[in-house]
Design a binder for this molecule. Structure first.
Ligand SMILES: [Mn+2]
Length: 355
């Protein structure tokens, strides 16, 4: 594996490349062109400029998170082919710049959903949290305003204000899209992009839906092992793979994380490793990465990744906000650096005890 950190780019991230370079063992970043709209072609010049900037800091681009999918593709409207053509053009430009990993998601309307961005824990740190009772009691249109006050001025990925302004329209667009339709539209998209992925050896790594169940009545399909197996079989190409996100699959306690990892051998291209603390079956908060701080056995997760011979990038995921840092919720420097260091320590011990 290669230890990496997510970086949103200069002007979009409070964390600098220099700071990332100083976290022991971190050699790459997972980044994006944060100011592009879904459906837009990423020019080769802009990709090259991003790459040059990252490389000048002594790091390299380990993958892109994300190249977002336009709603026309997810809904399957007649103009989807134009947006898929644009996506193919972006993949080609990435491939020509020697970038071989793209994380994306296929979630309708919302990306990840949380009900609080700054829940206070006993030690004074703040974390993102989710309560099903809160979700059940609010209108989705009010969701954005209810949480954005805690965003520290940051634009959260998938929660861009322009997008949230048309939320009613978005729900209307998806009204006839059920799980079967979403699978069908995902298949159509994957079949069309596989030739360019084959040509440039680009691994597509779908990110799970977070939380891993339907929210606000919207269909969600990337939620458990059965559905991922179906997704991989319907377009059976090694470039059609997954991002294993422990914190997202782990929201559903029926998902056995190490077992899932073992079943995904060869198709697991990217890993997000973090911990959650369940307060009840329908209320959880994001914990420190350390096993004893949350509900997951992080050693078993890392060991499963080691056992399948995982060689791709891994990154700590959402961190707590600690030491008075002001940053995008989940994406401060300090707790993710602690997470990277902890995961590197687990990995070193596993490698030494298994070889
Ligand atoms: Mn994730």
């Amino acid at each position: 594996m290669e230890m990496t950190l997510r970086w949103f780019g200069t002007g979009h991230d409070t964390v600098t490349l220099k700071q990332i370079r100083q976290i022991p063992g971190v050699t790459g970043v997972i980044t994006t062109l944060y100011d592009t709209e879904p459906g837009e072609v990423w020019s080769r010049e802009r990709i090259k400029a991003l790459k040059d900037e990252v490389e000048a800091s002594g790091l390299h681009i380990s993958g892109i998170e994300s190249v977002n999918i336009h709603d026309a593709i997810k809904v399957g409207t007649p103009d989807r082919d134009m947006y898929i053509d644009n996506y193919i053009e972006t993949l080609k430009n990435l491939g020509e710049e020697d970038i071989h990993l793209v994380c994306y998601n296929f979630m309708p309307v919302f990306d990840w959903t949380r009900t609080e961005l700054a829940r206070k824990r006993a030690d004074g740190s703040t974390v993102l949290a989710y309560s099903q009772k809160t979700i059940d009691s609010i209108d989705p249109a009010d969701m954005f305003s209810s949480i954005s006050k805690d965003a520290n001025g940051a634009v959260l990925p998938g929660w861009e204000p322009e997008r949230m302004a048309k939320i009613k329209e978005l729900f209307e667009m998806y009204k006839d899209v059920d799980e079967e339709k979403l699978f069908e539209n995902l298949k159509y998209f994957l079949e069309r992009i596989m030739p360019v992925c084959d040509k440039y050896d680009i691994n597509m790594a779908i990110h799970p839906d977070d939380p891993a169940w339907s929210v606000f009545g919207l269909p969600r399909i990337i939620i458990n092992l059965d559905n991922i197996m179906r997704m991989m079989k319907m377009v059976d190409n090694p470039h059609n793979g997954v991002t294993f996100c422990a914190g997202s699959y782990g929201t559903n306690r029926a998902n056995d994380l190490p077992t899932m990892i073992r079943a995904l051998k060869g198709r697991l291209h990217f890993a997000h490793v973090r911990n959650l603390k369940f307060n009840s079956d329908d209320d959880f908060e994001e914990a420190a990465h350390l096993s004893s701080d949350g509900s997951f056995d992080m050693y078993e997760i890392m060991k499963a990744l080691y056992e399948i011979g995982f060689e791709g990038p891994i990154r700590p995921d959402h961190g707590r906000m600690i030491w008075d840092e002001v940053a995008m919720p989940g994406y401060g420097l300090y707790d993710r650096a602690l997470g990277a260091t902890y995961l590197n320590g687990l990995w070193e011990a596993i490698v030494k005890s298994c070889s």
